[in-house]
Design a protein around this ligand. Sequence first.
Ligand SMILES: [Zn+2]
Length: 100
Amino acid sequence: MKPNYRRCVSCRRVAPKADFWRVVRVYPGGEVRLGEGMGRSAYLCPTQDCLRAAQRKNRLGRALRAKVPDNVYKTLGQWLEGRYDENMGLDFEIGSCADP
Ligand SMILES: [Zn+2]
């Protein structure tokens, strides 16, 4: 694997790590959270399919060797929905610029 490439725990896709969500079991506290942090980490595509598979098959939990709290999945689900809002916001801005 190339440097800075990571593998999705659900579909096994390999891509630059910026393409993935990072879930980390922080050291030394041991709690599982999203984003930055030192510790054991797992990567997941930012898609509904991979999120669902990760939750159903406990892929994240197994990769991290820890219990993944429901709110981690909930937050990721909200981020997915948020992406659509962001796109709508962008369209709106372009539209309002074109208006005299
Ligand atoms: Zn994936």
